[in-house]
Design a protein around this ligand. Sequence first.
Ligand SMILES: [Zn+2]
Length: 184
Amino acid sequence: MKIIIDAGHGPETAGKRSPDGVLREFHFNSAVANLVKHYLIEEGLSIFFAHDERKDVPLSERTAYANNLNADAFISIHANAHGSDWNQANGIETYAYSAARQESLVLAALVQQSLITACKRADRGVKKADFAVLRDTRMAAVLIECGFMTNREEAALLRDKAYQQQCAKAISFAITAWVYQGKK
Ligand SMILES: [Zn+2]
């Protein structure tokens, strides 16, 4: 079973940071990706990264990499933003492709439920979108928004190692359940 973990964006990607500039989205995404890899290897799964610590890998390269590997699932990890200033938008949401197959919807529901149970943030639900990494991958694919960089409370959580670990454990638990308890 091959699982692709995709930390969204890159270390220098413009705009992808908290309003005060203290939190860069990639730093959260890649920290959680590293932890998820650690937990899933313990579960006997083969883990591959679609991102690169040094640069923002183009989306077409990320999806081509996953398709060439003939992976079973593509998990894109992100932190959310609403506008560019501090505001009250908050909570966790998980996306599947607008025309997602059933196995993606099942995986998205498992991930969302697991994150809400573990992190106790507002449940914004499973949503559908036409994101390239969801549309152009030929496998189960989800994109996870683990909290808002534009919310002061959540921006602090997103920088917190304990919260990163909570997110990673919850995501790993959901993937493991999806793999071993049947994906349909
Ligand atoms: Zn993002």
